[in-house]
Design a protein around this ligand. Structure first.
Ligand SMILES: [Zn+2]
Length: 344
């Protein structure tokens, strides 16, 4: 063993090598064009794109909505339990390659129930892939059900009711889709019900929406994490509150770049969030659409912002601190991280 060489691992190499958790991944956003076409063929569906390359070319987004339009079109090939299983399994293989050891997957039941696919089909297909990831890859995985915020709170309630027979298969609820014009407070009552049910609470806020939406997510929804939250830096009182509560932010750098939340990764707020003492984490959001999975997000962010080894280690530690694992599992993950850092 050449210790001199291993001690020279750069921040980028270190980021790729160490274990970490992914807490902000929409599993429908991991559908690669190749799998979209394969599932379309398996299910006898035709797509409005001539080829996988033509579909990939359409991934030139200008904002969140232009992405969502294609995202929902891609998800239309998911019909059967096996389709949901195969989609999640493809993600887990990529996660394994990036040394992701724990993942909490968002899924959008309403994207599928609107097409006549039952909640049971969605959840059972995803849950079986999570069990397989644990058994075959050693990745612990959980599911978080997300409500589509461009739809009504009544529809969110109906989705929750439909999912409750499968309560044991998901640990929490989140809020995603078009942010602007759909503040968290629109969903106060359904989130109150979810808290009564003992579900963990997260919500997208402060990606395109203003800091006020982050305040609402904290105070009205009582969210335990903020998904994105990059606009929190516009409000010093909010930054202080997030630091005081140690509320994690699940930040997605390549998504922010691709959806033009930042124009250049060099302008990304990740370093400022860390330097402000916030529990920020790196995540891939919708990796098939935004140009990369976990390690691509780390690599490009580390390089663009010149992050240090300490920053990288902090980001990995934050990912375990922010995850909804048991105390025992968290200790195991932190210990694995310490061992990996010690030899890197
Ligand atoms: Zn997201």
């Amino acid at each position: 063993m050449n210790t001199t060489m291993t001690m020279t691992m750069t921040p980028t190499e270190l980021a790729a090598a160490i274990p970490k958790a992914e807490l902000h991944i929409h599993i429908e956003g991991s559908l690669e064009p190749e799998l979209i076409f394969a599932l379309a063929q398996r299910n006898g569906l035709s797509l409005p794109y001539a080829s996988e390359a033509a579909l990939r070319e359409a991934y030139a987004f200008t904002n969140l909505q232009s992405f969502l339009d294609i995202y929902y079109a891609g998800a239309s090939v998911l019909l059967h339990e096996a389709d949901f299983h195969d989609m999640a399994w493809a993600y887990f293989l990529r996660a394994k390659a990036d040394n992701v050891v724990h993942a909490e997957l968002f899924f959008d039941p309403q994207t599928h129930t609107a097409r006549g696919v039952s909640v049971a089909t969605v959840i059972q297909g995803l849950a079986s892939a999570c069990a397989r990831a644990k058994a075959e890859l050693g990745i612990s995985a959980e599911l978080i059900l997300c409500f589509l915020r461009h739809l009504s709170e009544e529809e969110a309630f109906a989705t929750l009711e439909a999912a409750l027979p499968h309560r044991e298969q998901f640990i929490g609820v989140g809020l995603d889709s078009s942010e602007v014009g759909h503040p968290p407070s629109k969903f106060s009552r359904v989130f109150a019900r979810c808290r009564e049910l003992g579900l963990r609470i997260v919500a997208h806020a402060g990606e395109e929406g203003p800091p006020a939406y982050i305040w609402e997510a904290l105070n009205d929804l009582k969210t335990e994490r903020i998904d994105h939250g990059v606009r929190s830096l516009e409000d010093p009182a909010l930054v202080a509150e997030l630091a005081k509560r140690r509320t994690p932010l699940t930040v997605c750098p390549l998504s922010n770049l691709k959806l033009c939340v930042v124009n250049d990764l060099g302008d990304h707020p990740m370093k400022r969030l860390l330097d402000a003492g916030l529990c920020a984490t790196v995540n891939s959001d919708d990796p098939a659409y935004f140009g990369g999975y976990m390690n691509a997000n780390f690599t490009q962010t580390v390089q663009a912002l010149d992050l240090s080894r300490e920053h990288v280690i902090t980001l990995a530690r934050n990912s375990f601190e922010a995850s909804f694992v048991s105390g025992a599992r968290r200790a195991e993950l932190m210990a694995a991280l310490d061992r990996a850092v010690a030899t890197a």
